[in-house]
Design a protein around this ligand. Structure first.
Ligand SMILES: C[S@@+](CC[C@H](N)C(=O)[O-])C[C@H]1O[C@@H](n2cnc3c(N)ncnc32)[C@H](O)[C@@H]1O
Length: 230
């Protein structure tokens, strides 16, 4: 009998998401099938040339966890001089964003369906980003699930080298205790500077997201954090 333990050989890393089976509508699937070569990007185990991927040299903004992508599409239209690399693992959301891009003729978004932690680790060059958006990351309310939260020192430490000096990190959440954690985590990095005393006013470019609207219906507050890199 083999003594090797596959669990030990390949320890399962803690993920910030659980893949839901969500239903992909035919229109979402068609949007992916018809447009992926134009604005979809596949995971690769090597650094990505972002200017080549967008076909131009422009400031690059990474968005992690775009959900259904409605805010992403709106922001890209509001900021046509910037390019947006939008990453999520959720199939119907990826389909929906592809549909919005195709319908609205948006040219400054590229979509990835992959774990953004792995994309950050392997595909993004140092200093390649002008900004990072993480809007309403899964709050993982229960204490035993807090280890799944994205905004923790080890991930922020991986993220920050990808940001140019002068670049910004914009987070938002509807969960007060996670907001406090975000403030504490970002505040612990000397290379980051808070643009506000504590929480920031919602920047004009960020519309209400789908998850935010749901939180408000439940009576939750909203906290934005905007830090810049020295
Ligand atoms: C609570 S939802 C918020 C979605 C959207 N930003 C909004 O405000 O409506 C969080 C999203 O992050 C995605 N997500 C979580 N961890 C991720 C990861 N490691 N890589 C990519 N996407 C992730 C989930 O699939 C989900 O769509």
């Amino acid at each position: 009998m083999s003594t090797s333990n596959p669990q030990q050989a390949h320890p399962r890393s803690i993920k910030s998401f659980v893949l839901r089976q969500g239903h992909m509508t035919p229109a979402q699937q068609r949007a992916i099938d018809e447009n992926w070569p134009r604005f979809g990007l596949d995971f690769q185990n090597a650094p990505l040339n972002l200017n080549a991927a967008f076909g131009r040299a422009a400031p690059k903004i990474l968005e992690i966890g775009f959900g259904m992508g409605t805010a992403t599409a709106e922001i890209a239209q509001r900021l046509p001089e910037k390019d947006f690399l939008a990453i999520d693992v959720h199939g119907p959301g990826v389909g929906n964003l592809c549909k919005l891009i195709a319908e609205q003729g948006i040219t400054n978004i590229r979509v990835m369906r992959h774990d953004a932690v792995e994309v950050v680790e392997t595909m993004l060059a140092e200093g390649s980003l002008a900004g990072i958006h993480i809007f309403f990351p899964d709050p993982w309310h229960k204490k035993r699930h807090h280890k799944r939260r994205l905004i923790q020192p080890p991930f922020v430490a991986k993220l920050l080298p990808k940001l140019q000096s002068g670049g910004y990190l914009h987070l938002a959440t509807d969960w007060e205790e996670y907001a406090a954690q975000m403030l504490e985590v970002l505040g612990s990095f000397p290379e980051l500077q808070n643009t506000a005393e504590t929480y920031a006013p919602t920047p004009a470019y960020r519309p209400e997201t789908k998850f935010e609207a749901r939180g408000k219906r439940l009576g939750h507050g909203v906290w934005d954090l905007v830090f810049t890199k020295r």
